[in-house]
Structures are given as C-alpha cells and as structure tokens.
Design a protein around this ligand. Structure first.
Ligand SMILES: *Cc1c(COP(=O)(O)O)cnc(C)c1O
Length: 396
C-alpha cells in the first residue's frame, strides 16, 4: 500500500535474509486455474454437490485405477463410510496401525467397534501380513491398512491374506494419490480405498475426500450414505423436468463435497503426475545429499512399488549424535519448518484406555523420525540448507 518507503539497500536485504528465509514443510500448489475454476462454479449458480463433483469422481477414479469414485467431505468421513458399508459395528474388532494420523483409529470408534493396534514395518511404516496376524482374533472384522506418507503397503500380500482370513480390507490412501504398487496405481484392485484432499496431501480441494470401489452396488450404497440415505441425489432431483419424490432408505449422513471444491479438484488432478515426478526428483536429491551422514536413514521406495513422497521422512539411528527433538529445534532456529515423524495414536490421551500389544517399531519410528520440507517450490539451495543443518549436527 505504502508508496513512500525507501527501497532497501543491498546491505539491508542481506541483513534481513536469515529471518526472511523460512522453508515451509509443505505448501499446496494452487494457481490461477484453480481460482478460475472455483469462480466458474460460483458463477454457474450451482455450488453444492452437482456436475463438477460427478466429473471429479469419474476422473479421479480413472487416475487411481478404480471403477467408481464417491466424493465426500474428507478422508475421515470416507473411512467412516467404508466401515459402515462393511457392516462393522459394536463387538467387532478392526485392526489399524497406531502409527497413523489419528483419524484412522477414530473411524473405528465412529461405528462403535474396537480399534486393535498392530505394529508396522520399519522401512515402510506400514502394516504387514505378519504384524496384522499377530493381533488377529475371532472378532476381527476388518483391517484398515494405511499407505503411510504415500509409501504403498504390500497390496498383493495383504489383500490375499485378508481374503484368506475372511476380513474386510479398507485401504487408507489419504496420502497415496499417485503412488504405485506392482506397476499399478494403489487404488487399482483395492476392495475399498479412502483418499484425502486436505492441503497437507498431494492434491487438495481445501477439505475433501473420496471413497473408491470397483463394485457398482457398493458405490450406490456409498452415494446414498453420504447424502442422508436418499434414493436419488439432490442434484438429479433438481435437474429433472418432472417432480421427483425422494425416499430416505436408511439413517445416513451429510458427507457431501461441494461443486466449488470439485472444480478445484479437477484442476489439481491434472497436476498430479507432474507433482509426483517433481517430488520424486527432489526426494532423490535429498537421498543423495544425506548418503554420507551416519545415522540418518531416509524413506525409500519399497521393492514392490513407488511412493509419491507425500512425506519425506528420515529415521535417526543411534549413530546420529543428536536426538530427534534437538534436530527439530535446530532446524526451526535455522528457518526450516520440519515436523516430528508420523504420530502414534496409542500414545495419545484419547486412546489411553487401550492396552495394545507391544509396538516397538511404531514407538521407535514416532520417537526417532522427522519429516523434512518437500514441496513444489523447494529449491536445490533450500535442500542444501536443510541438509547442512543435519551435517552440522552430525559433526557435533
Ligand atoms: C490426513 C489423513 C487422514 C485424514 O484425512 P482428512 O481428509 O483430513 O480427514 C486419514 N488418514 C491418514 C493416513 C492421513 O494422513
């Protein structure tokens, strides 16, 4: 606003630099195209769930290799509906990783079932057939397996095992749009998968989520459940030239996405492949730069798949001279916004009443890992700065 301030001298700019330079852990890529698309939706006069949601569902399902997409208000509500359609309820146990954002475990409680925490694999941060089998009981009705931070779990092994045990498998793919397993998008072949479009994830609609399935009847039930149990969507009813009387077939929810969000999502979906390619290149550079620091193990692709690097985490081993919280504090002092590693739900007050079997790998990962900045605007210089802080700590 002010036109009277003097231009800063080069010396002022240099002096101001250390404060001015902050490297965020994540920023969504939102351009004029998203702004225009949202504005178009507003100008159209149709802002609730409508044609743009329908298009986003079709296009997203195609990109992740699923038959049908059902857009919802978040991944949390997607997980809730996934358990509802699997008829999970009171008296049932659902196996989940404790090492996940807390919504994974919370969804189990929404349907009155009991979350049972299983440990994870150290390299991927994911459930395995062995860790699930170790806590399985006759009351196990379902498993929610997470593609944590974008790293795919072994879909071939876990899907086959779940079929063999006769338990439902819900895939929490909140972070995994653009990740692949066995050469296919992680949504391909999933019985039911839940996705997030929160700004911390790979593509965003502000808030938002999706359930993907292959089964057409399951898709129809999910569409009903997200919209008050109505047998015809409000959008179809309003579009009809004839009066249409809806019926309410079951007690359900309002978990709809708006057309404004879907308009943004359609544009974001067009950016997905490019974003993933760029994140993988940035991750490869981090891995190279970190290779000569003892005690820092960066996340990598598993043998059977490729991560989108939604989260680039590093595990500190005892060979590293500083503790995780000390590293976070030093990074913050140097203008780098990093994050603790993935949380563990069983250590939170909300789950203090749960007495899980020992979860040694979960506790190690949540205690000793951290997430480094990774986003489309991250420069090579930024990466040198981040890794430089770790180098300095390693030297002591
Ligand atoms: C972010 C996240 C969620 C919740 O997603 P929302 O869309 O914010 O509800 C669930 N599970 C995992 C693994 C997540 O990372």
């Amino acid at each position: 606003m002010s036109t009277t301030s003097q231009p800063a001298s080069p010396a002022d700019v240099r002096a101001a630099e250390p404060q001015a330079r902050r490297i965020p852990v994540m920023i969504p890529l939102l351009g004029e195209e998203e702004a225009e698309a949202a504005a178009d939706a507003v100008r159209s006069g149709w802002v609730a769930q409508g044609p743009r949601v329908a298009r986003f569902e079709r296009e997203f399902a195609a990109v992740v290799g699923a038959g049908h997409g059902v857009a919802v208000s978040s991944c949390t509500t997607a997980l809730h509906l996934a358990l509802v359609v699997l008829d999970v309820g009171p008296g049932d146990e659902v196996i989940v990783p404790s090492l996940s954002f807390i919504a994974t475990a919370n969804a189990v409680r929404y349907v009155g079932a009991t979350p049972v925490f299983a440990d994870v694999d150290l390299a991927t941060g994911n459930l395995t057939v062995e860790t699930v089998d170790a806590v399985r009981t006759p009351r196990t009705r379902a498993v929610i397996a997470v593609h944590q931070g974008g790293v795919p779990f072994d879909v071939a092994a876990l899907r086959r095992a779940a079929d063999g045990w006769g338990v439902g498998l819900v895939e929490d793919a909140a972070c995994a749009a653009g990740s692949t397993a066995y050469g296919q998008p992680v949504g391909a072949g999933a019985h039911i998968a839940a996705w997030s479009f929160h700004p911390r994830k790979i593509i965003t609609t502000g808030e938002g989520g999706m359930v993907t399935v292959d089964d057409v009847d399951l898709a129809a039930r999910l569409r009903r459940l997200r919209e008050h149990g109505m047998n015809i969507s409000a959008a179809d009813r309003h579009a009809s030239a004839q009066p249409v009387l809806e019926a309410y077939l079951e007690t359900a929810y309002n978990y709809r996405m708006t057309d404004i969000q879907a308009a943004v999502g359609i544009v974001q979906l067009g950016r997905l492949a490019g974003l993933v390619a760029q994140r993988r290149a940035l991750a490869a550079r981090y891995q190279q730069m970190l290779a000569d620091i003892d005690g820092v193990l960066p996340v990598r692709d598993p043998a059977y798949g490729r991560t989108n690097y939604q989260s680039f985490w590093v595990l500190l081993t005892p060979a590293f001279r500083a503790g995780r919280d000390e590293v976070l504090a030093e990074l913050a002092r140097q203008g780098v916004s990093a994050r603790r590693g993935i949380m563990a739900a069983h250590l939170e007050p909300a789950y203090a009443d749960v007495r899980p079997a020992p979860l040694p790998v979960t506790e190690r990962l949540t205690r000793d890992s951290l997430i480094l900045p990774l986003h489309h605007a991250l420069t090579e210089e930024d990466q040198h700065h981040v890794v430089g802080v770790l180098h300095a700590l390693a030297r002591g």
